[in-house]
Design a binder for this molecule. Structure first.
Ligand SMILES: Cc1cc2nc3c(=O)[nH]c(=O)nc-3n(C[C@H](O)[C@H](O)[C@H](O)COP(=O)(O)O)c2cc1C
Length: 391
């Protein structure tokens, strides 16, 4: 068993053990990757306050997210194609999350289906919905999530149209799954990955294939998904989806205070302040930079969650201290999965909890629910001194 001290160790192993086209799919942002980089580098600009001679015994990272008790306020974010990072990846990640006591969110664009994950878990997970133009398909997905006992619908709003990741284009992953010759050679060198993949029948987007009209194979699927993200999605449609679902609703991809107020108006239970991990609007401000404004706008009226850029427990602490009630991690757990499968996801969660716990203690706090802005040093210009910013 390799020594894993931090998420970066898992990332290195993930890179070594997974075909390049799938590793790159994870470790990339859109266009120039400016937002992708700043999601992490902006966390580094915030510093923690050190306190001493404070009782640090009996600490707890336990909290709640949308009323559900969590071992720490860190959910696994929806990540498409997780089942290509490792065979049956979504099932493995969901099981790790369940055992750890944190929520797992299944992506619409997953390899394992809603039913697959429900079959291999015992507690409700969350389902992430992309709104497609095929309304029958969307209604059916909502119905399937309900039938599987999902306890929240996470509706993603920041992907009505696809940002481009240059690496995916170069690897042949964007329009049709057509790996380049170099990628085929690389695939052939990832023996363990290949053997595991051959041992599962879950190798396509199982939420979609066989459920959407005329989608029966990979190439019809890729064409369908590229043409079907609904460019007309608006707040009225969000409202209709909320009514159709009837359960807890989390709106993901909010990066502007005005949109946060709209989310409040439609009666969502929570929002996720997110820029999709820097994969959509390149040039957008980092998520952590936008968080304070959004918390000021709506934070006392709706539960505010946060993602994009979290790689350590210290990052989780910073987001919570800035007003988020909960957080999501994407790449941090996918690195664990790609490195070591289910135990790797558990390891990622353990690393983050330990870092969160120790840093919280050294800030002089014993309960994650009491974290507040006064444990942080935030640069004076952190939110930006723009000469021409939106009102
Ligand atoms: C490889 C990859 C695939 C993703 N697929 C989805 C998806 O299918 N649905 C979605 O709402 N978000 C998706 N996201 C965004 C994540 O849910 C989350 O917002 C993001 O990963 C957070 O940033 P982080 O990776 O820096 O933690 C994806 C992210 C990555 C890295």
């Amino acid at each position: 068993m390799p020594v894993i001290a931090c998420i970066d160790d898992l990332k290195r192993l993930h890179k070594r053990r997974t075909p390049k086209m799938f590793y790159d799919y994870c470790d990339s942002g859109s266009y120039t990757e400016q937002t992708y980089r700043e999601n992490t580098s902006d966390f580094d600009r915030i510093r923690l306050r050190q306190r001493v001679a404070v009782d640090m015994s009996d600490r707890t990272t336990e909290s709640t997210m949308i009323g559900e008790t969590v071992a720490m306020p860190v959910a696994l974010a929806p990540v498409g194609l997780t089942g290509m990072q490792r065979a049956d990846g979504e099932i493995k990640a969901a099981r790790a999350a369940e055992r750890f006591g944190v929520p797992f969110t299944l992506s619409t664009m997953s390899i394992c289906s809603i039913e697959d994950v429900a079959k291999f878990t015992t507690r409700p997970f969350w389902f992430q919905l992309y709104v497609m133009t095929d309304e029958e398909f969307v209604d059916n997905l909502i119905e399937r999530a309900r039938a599987a006992g999902c306890s929240a619908l996470v509706l993603t709003l920041d992907l009505q149209i696809l940002g481009q990741r240059h690496k995916d284009v170069r690897n042949g992953l964007s329009v049709r799954m057509a790996p380049t010759a170099r990628n085929l050679v690389d695939l052939a060198t990832k023996w363990n990955w290949g053997i595991e993949m051959l041992s599962t029948h879950r190798r396509t987007f199982r939420n979609i294939v066989g459920h959407a009209r005329n989608v029966n194979n990979v190439s019809s699927l890729i064409q369908w998904s590229n043409e079907n993200f609904d460019p007309k999605l608006d707040w009225d449609k969000v409202r209709r989806i909320k009514e159709k679902w009837g359960g807890k609703l989390i709106l993901k991809g909010i990066l502007d205070p005005e949109d946060a107020r709209r989310a409040l108006d439609v009666g969502a239970d929570a929002i996720v302040v997110s820029n999709h991990g820097g994969r959509q609007q390149d040039g957008a401000l980092s998520s952590i930079r936008m968080l304070p404004q959004i918390v000021r706008a709506v934070g006392d009226q709706i539960e505010v969650h946060f993602d994009s850029g979290i790689r350590t427990g210290q990052d989780v602490l910073k987001a919570l201290a800035m007003g988020a009630k909960g957080t999501f991690i994407g790449r941090a757990y996918v690195h664990g999965l790609g490195a070591m499968g289910q135990p790797g996801v558990t390891k990622a969660l353990e690393v983050i909890r330990k870092e969160l716990d120790v840093s919280m203690a050294l800030c002089g706090r014993r309960d994650v629910k009491t974290l507040s802005r006064d444990v942080l040093y935030v640069p004076a210009d952190f939110e930006g001194e723009w000469s021409d910013a939106p009102a």
